[in-house]
Design a protein around this ligand. Structure first.
Ligand code: NAD
Length: 542
C-alpha cells in the first residue's frame, strides 16, 4: 500500500466515478492527466469489488458509500460528492480511515434558491392546482384566488448561501424580507444583506406572510418547525421548504392547513422520500410537493461536476483539500508557503515520539516569527501526525485528531512573538503522562530545508533526516572517539556530529547527535552501549 500522505502521479491514480456526472467532469480529469473509470449503478459485492484498488471515488446521491465500502477500499484517499449533502457517505468511517470527504457546497446555490422562489410564486398563486384543474378538463378559476407578493413579508430562516440568494431575489419582487440565523446573531456580524433585518425565530414566525427554510438538517434543527412553532405562525401564512425534510413536523403542518390557520405549503423535501401514498400532505390543492429537485438544473449539475473534478484533482496532485467536510481547510497558496514547515513539524513529532520513553500525552506547539501568522492549527496537526505515525499505520491529517482523542493526547497551540533571531521558529514540547518525561525540540527552515536548532538544552544545527544516533555520555575525552571507532569498524559512516552540554541537564554529561549514512546493526549498538562512560544510546529514524 502506498503511504497515504504521499502524492501519486496521475498515471498511477485510480478514480472511480459511481454516479452519472456531467461530461465536463471527465474533460477536467483528462486535462489534469487522469483517466477515471465510470461504473454507475454498482451495488453490494460488485461495488465492494470495484473500489478495492481505487484512490478516489466520485458520487452524486445514488451510490451509498457505507463503512463496508470504505473498509474494502484499502487504497482510498478521497471521496468526492458532486453536490452538498453527504448523507450517502459514512463520513465517520471515512474519517477513521483517514479518507478525505469533500463536497461542492456552492455549485447548486443559485439553482436551489431559484427553486425556492419558484415555489414561493407557485404557492402564492395556486399554479400547481390551476394546472391540475386544466389537465382534468376544467377551465374554472373558482377557489384559486391567490395572494400578491408585493409588500408582503418573507421570513428567511437560515441566511447562508441559499438563504441569501432567496432574500435578494425576494427583495427584487418587492417583498419585505426579514431573516433569522443564530450564527449571524451570535457573532454579532449583523445582517449580511442591507435591508434585511434579523429577528428572533418566534418574531419572524409571528409576523411573516411567507416563511422559507434554508438551514441544514442537524440535531439542533430537526423539527425546527415543530407543532408549537407552526402554531406561532401568522394566520394565513404559507411555508416553503427547499432545504431538508425533517425540519418540519409534517403532521402538524397538515393539521394547521386543515384548520385553515395556514394558507399553503410548498415542499421540495420530505422527512421520508419518497413519501408513502397515505402521507397527509399529498393530494391537497393547498400544498405543492416536488421530488427533491432543488439542485436539478443543467447549470447546477455542470457546476457540481466541474467543481468535484477540480477539487479531487487538486487533492490528488497537490494534497490540497478544498471543501472537505472532515479535513482541515488550507488553501493551496498557504499550503505551498508552509510546506517546508509542515515537513519540519512532522519530523519534530516523529523525533519526539522516538526520543520520549513512554507514550506522549501532551503536546505544546509554539510558533514564533513569520510562521506565527500562518495557520497554526495545521502545523500542530502535522506534529501530531508525526507523533502518531510512529505507532499507527495510515495516520494522516484527517484521522489524527480522532486517534489523539482516543489516546488522550492533548495538543496546545500558542504563538509567541520571540523567534530567537530566526525568521520563524517552531517549538514543540512533548510530555508523557503527568509530565514524568518531557522533551523539547525547536526547529526552523533554512531556504526550504527543515533544521532542528535545539533539542532540550542543546543548541545545534541538525538536518532531521535519515538515521540519527543520540548519545548521553560522560563529558570526558575518549568516549566519542571510541564510538566513532566502533561505527567506523562496522563501516557505518558518520556524516555529521553535534556535541554539547547534556540535554538531560546533568553537568557531568554531554550529548551527541550523530547523523549516520546507514543504520548500525544491533550488535554495533550493543558495543556502543558497552563503552565506558555511556549513559544512554538511542537511534532515531527521520
Ligand atoms: P449554508 O451552510 O450556506 O447555510 C445554512 C445557514 O443556516 C447558515 O447560515 C447557518 O448559520 C444557518 N442555520 C443553522 N442552524 C440554524 C437555525 N437553527 N436557525 C436558522 N438558521 C440556522 O447552506 P446552504 O448552501 O445555504 O444550504 C442550506 C440547505 O439547503 C442545505 O443544508 C441543504 O440541506 C439544503 N439544500 C437542498 C437542496 C435541494 O435539492 N432541495 C439543494 C441544495 C441544498
Amino acid at each position: 500500500m502506498v503511504p497515504p500522505n504521499t502524492l501519486l502521479s496521475p498515471g498511477e491514480t485510480r478514480i472511480l466515478i459511481c454516479d452519472e456526472l456531467a461530461p465536463a467532469a471527465l474533460e477536467i480529469f483528462a486535462r489534469r492527466g487522469f483517466e477515471p473509470e465510470v461504473r454507475t449503478g454498482l451495488k453490494g459485492a460488485e461495488l465492494l469489488d470495484a473500489v478495492r484498488k481505487v484512490h478516489a471515488i466520485v458520487v452524486r446521491s445514488a451510490t451509498k458509500i457505507t463503512r463496508e465500502v470504505i473498509e474494502a477500499a484499502e487504497e482510498l484517499r478521497v471521496i468526492g460528492r458532486a453536490g452538498v449533502g453527504v448523507d450517502n457517505v459514512d463520513t465517520v468511517a471515512a474519517t477513521e480511515r483517514g479518507v478525505v470527504v469533500m463536497n461542492t457546497p456552492t455549485g447548486n446555490t443559485t439553482t436551489t434558491g431559484e427553486l425556492a422562489i419558484a415555489l414561493l410564486l407557485a404557492i402564492s398563486r395556486n399554479i400547481a392546482a390551476g394546472d391540475r384543474r386544466v389537465r382534468s378538463g376544467s377551465w374554472n378559476k373558482k377557489g384559486l384566488l391567490g395572494a400578491e407578493l408585493t409588500g408582503k413579508r418573507l421570513g428567511v430562516i437560515g441566511l447562508g448561501r441559499i438563504g441569501r440568494v432567496v432574500a435578494e431575489r425576494a427583495m427584487g419582487l418587492k417583498m419585505e424580507v426579514v431573516g433569522h440565523d443564530p450564527y449571524l446573531m451570535r457573532t454579532g456580524a449583523g445582517s449580511p444583506i442591507s435591508g434585511v433585518d434579523l429577528l428572533d425565530l418566534d418574531s419572524l414566525l409571528a409576523t411573516s406572510d411567507f416563511v422559507t427554510l434554508h438551514v441544514p438538517l442537524l440535531d439542533s434543527t430537526r423539527n425546527l418547525l415543530s407543532a408549537d412553532r407552526i402554531a406561532l405562525m401568522k394566520p394565513g401564512a404559507r411555508l416553503i421548504n427547499a432545504a431538508r425534510g425533517g425540519l418540519v413536523d409534517e403532521a402538524a403542518l397538515a393539521a394547521a392547513l386543515d384548520d385553515g390557520r395556514l394558507a399553503g405549503a410548498a415542499l421540495d423535501v420530505l422527512a421520508e422520500e419518497p413519501p408513502s401514498p397515505e402521507h397527509p400532505l399529498l393530494g391537497r390543492d393547498d400544498v405543492i410537493i416536488t421530488p427533491h429537485m432543488g439542485a436539478s438544473s443543467h447549470e447546477a449539475q455542470h457546476n457540481v461536476a466541474v467543481g468535484i473534478a477540480d477539487q479531487i484533482s487538486d487533492f490528488l496532485l497537490e494534497g490540497v483539500a478544498h471543501n472537505s467536510v472532515n479535513a482541515p481547510a488550507v488553501d493551496s497558496e498557504t499550503l505551498r508557503a508552509i510546506a517546508p514547515y509542515v515537513i519540519l513539524a512532522e519530523k519534530m513529532g516523529s523525533f519526539l515520539s522516538q526520543r520520549t520513553g513512554g507514550p506522549v500525552r501532551k503536546l505544546e506547539v509554539t510558533l514564533g516569527g513569520e510562521i506565527a501568522s500562518k495557520d497554526a492549527s495545521y502545523l500542530s496537526l502535522s506534529v501530531l501526525v508525526g507523533i502518531l505515525n510512529q505507532s499507527e499505520l495510515g495516520v494522516n491529517r484527517v484521522n489524527a485528531p480522532l486517534i489523539a482523542k482516543d489516546r488522550g493526547i492533548r495538543v496546545l497551540t500558542n504563538t509567541d512573538g520571540d523567534s530567537h533571531s530566526f525568521q520563524s521558529l517552531v517549538k514543540v514540547r512533548a510530555s508523557t503522562q503527568g509530565g514524568e518525561e518531557s522533551h523539547l525540540v525547536s526547529g526552523t527552515v533554512f531556504g526550504r530545508a527543515p533544521r532542528f536548532v535545539r533539542v532540550d538544552d542543546l543548541h545545534l544545527d541538525l538536518a532531521p533526516e535519515g538515521t540519527i544516533l543520540i548519545t548521553t555520555h560522560s563529558d570526558r575525552p575518549g568516549v566519542m572517539g571510541r564510538i566513532g571507532t566502533i561505527l567506523g569498524d562496522a563501516k557505518v559512516n558518520i556524516r555529521r556530529v553535534e556535541l554539547g552540554a547534556s540535554e538531560t541537564g546533568k553537568p557531568q554529561f554531554a550529548s551527541g547527535f550523530l547523523s549516520l549514512d546507514s543504520e548500525p546493526p544491533a550488535e554495533v549498538m550493543d558495543a556502543i552501549r558497552a563503552v565506558d562512560g555511556i549513559e544512554e544510546v538511542r537511534l532515531v529514524r527521520l
